[in-house]
Write a protein that binds this ligand. Structure first.
Ligand code: NAD
Length: 398
C-alpha cells in the first residue's frame, strides 16, 4: 500500500513504517555520535517508551549506555488497511536495531495504569534481569481506567478565567482562534488523576514491594513549566495542576526510594512537538515562535538531544545536579534564556496569517509534525508500495 499523511485538525491518522524507522535511526546516530555515557544505568524500565521523551530516553539508555531496556507503552498495530500507530513502528525499529547490537530489549503493550501490566512487568524483570537500576515514567495519556472500571479523562483547560488564544491548522497553515471556558473542579481533579503523580507512585510501590529495584536505583518523571505566555493554558491550567502533583509525588517518593539508597527526580524538559504536545491549545503558536528563536540562536534541541544531555550532564555526571527551588532538574535552561523569551514575548501578539512565515518557524513545526508520523524524511520513497504490517515481539499484549 502507498501511505500518505491524512491530517484532520491536529491529528494525523496514518503513519509510515519506513519513515518511523528513519526517525529512530537518526536518534540512534545522534546518540552514538555523542559517545558512551559513563556510569549510566544497565537495566532500565521505561513506562511510556514508544514516543517523544520516553522513546528518546530508551534510545539514550541503550545506545549511549549499553542498557538492557524494558518498554511499556500503549500502541496500535496495523489492522486491515489501517496503518499502525507511529509508536508501534518506532518500537519495532528500535527493537530490531537494539537487538542487532546485542542489547536486551523487551516490550509490553498495554495500559500502564492497570495492575495487570504492572505485574507482568515485575514478572519479566524477575525472570530476565533480576532487578533494575532506573525507572523512567514518561506516560502522556488522555484517560485513565480506574480499578472499579470507571474511566477519568484529562482536559486541557484554563482555571478560574476563560482562555482566548490562537492555534494553527496544520493543513491550511491558517490561524484559528480558540476559546475555552474554565475547568470545573471535577475536570481539574480528573486531569490530576490521569497526568499527576499517583500512578508513578503506584509503580514505584509495586516495584519496591517486589524487591526488583537494585541498590541505588533512580526514577524520573518529566514535567513542563514553559513560558509566561503559555501559563494561562498550561502551567496555571488543568495540566499544570497535574504537573504540580508530580512535585508532591516526587517528595513523597524520597522515603521509599531511600530504602534502596535511591532517589526520585522530576525533570523539567523543554517544549517540543510530540503526540501529547500537539493537542495543547495555543502551543502551536508558542512552539513555532520558540523554534524560530532557538534555531536562530543555534540552541534548538529535539527529544534525543534533551535526553542525551540529561543523562550525560545531569543524572550520570559527577558535576552535580542543576536543581531549582523545588528540587527539579532543569533541562529547559536554553528555552528560558532571557533572549529567547524576549523574542517570543515581543512577537506573541503579532502573529497573524500574514506574519506567520516571517515571525515563526511554522514550516519547521509542520515538518516536525509530519516526521512524528514518519513522513517528510529524505531518502524515504513515499511513492513506493510499503507493507503496513510490522511484527513487534511482545511479552505482554497484542
Ligand atoms: P508522547 O505522546 O510522545 O508519548 C507518550 C507515551 O505514553 C507513549 O509511549 C504512549 O504509548 C504512552 N502511553 C499513553 N497512554 C498509555 C497507557 N495508558 N499505558 C501505557 N502507555 C501509555 O508524549 P511526550 O510529549 O513524550 O510526554 C511524555 C512526558 O513528557 C509527559 O509527562 C509530558 O507531560 C512530558 N513533557 C513533554 C513535553 C513536550 O513538550 N512534549 C515537555 C516537557 C515534559
Amino acid at each position: 500500500m502507498i501511505i500518505k499523511p491524512r491530517i484532520k485538525g491536529f491529528i494525523c491518522t496514518t503513519s509510515h513504517p519506513d519513515g518511523c524507522a528513519r526517525d529512530v535511526q537518526q536518534q540512534i546516530d545522534y546518540v552514538t555520535a555523542h559517545g558512551v555515557i559513563e556510569g549510566g544505568p544497565k537495566r532500565v524500565l521505561v513506562i511510556g517508551a514508544s514516543g517523544g521523551y520516553g522513546l528518546a530516553s530508551r534510545i539514550t539508555a541503550a545506545f549511549g549506555g549499553g542498557a538492557s531496556t524494558i518498554g511499556v507503552f500503549f500502541e496500535r498495530p496495523s489492522v486491515k488497511k489501517r496503518t499502525a500507530s507511529p509508536g508501534w513502528y518506532k518500537t519495532a525499529a528500535f527493537t530490531e536495531k537494539a537487538t542487532e547490537e546485542g542489547y536486551y530489549t523487551r516490550n509490553i503493550n498495554g495500559d500502564a495504569f492497570s495492575d495487570e501490566v504492572k505485574q507482568a512487568t515485575i514478572e519479566l524483570i524477575r525472570q530476565d534481569l533480576g532487578q533494575i537500576d532506573m525507572v523512567i515514567y514518561s506516560v502522556a495519556a488522555p484517560a485513565r481506567a480506574l480499578s472499579d472500571g470507571s474511566v477519568v479523562r484529562s482536559t486541557l483547560k484554563p482555571i478560574g478565567e476563560p482562555y482566548d488564544g490562537n492555534t494553527i491548522d496544520f493543513k491550511s497553515g491558517q490561524l484559528r482562534s480558540v476559546s475555552l471556558e474554565p475547568a470545573s473542579q471535577e475536570e481539574i481533579a480528573d486531569t490530576v488523576k490521569v497526568m499527576g503523580g499517583e500512578d508513578w507512585e503506584l509503580w514505584i510501590k509495586a516495584l519496591l514491594e517486589a524487591k526488583v529495584m537494585a541498590q541505588g536505583c533512580i526514577t524520573t518523571n518529566y514535567t513542563y513549566l514553559g513560558s509566561e505566555v503559555t501559563w494561562p493554558i498550561y502551567y496555571h491550567g488543568t495540566i499544570g495542576k497535574a504537573k504540580e502533583d508530580l512535585d508532591r509525588a516526587c517528595a513523597a517518593l524520597q522515603g521509599p526510594m531511600g530504602e534502596v539508597g535511591g532517589a526520585a527526580h522530576v525533570v523539567v524538559m523543554k517544549g517540543l512537538l510530540t503526540q501529547a504536545a500537539s493537542a495543547i491549545p495555543g502551543m502551536a503558536v508558542y512552539l513555532s515562535l520558540l523554534f524560530k528563536a532557538m534555531k536562530q540562536a543555534g540552541t534548538h534541541e529535539g527529544c534525543i538531544e534533551q535526553t542525551t544531555r540529561l543523562f550525560s550532564t545531569q543524572l550520570f555526571s559527577s558535576n552535580g545536579l542543576r536543581l531549582d527551588d523545588e528540587n527539579r532538574i532543569r533541562m529547559d535552561d536554553l528555552e528560558l534564556t532571557p533572549e529567547i523569551q524576549a523574542y517570543v514575548k515581543e512577537n506573541w501578539t503579532s502573529v497573524t496569517n500574514e506574519t506567520l512565515d516571517v515571525l515563526t518557524d511554522f514550516e519547521g513545526y509542520r515538518q516536525a509534525f509530519l516526521e512524528m508520523h514518519g513522513f517528510g524524511f529524505d531518502g524515504v520513497d513515499y511513492e513506493a508500495e510499503v507493507e503496513p504490517v510490522k511484527e513487534l515481539d511482545l511479552v505482554f499484549g497484542s
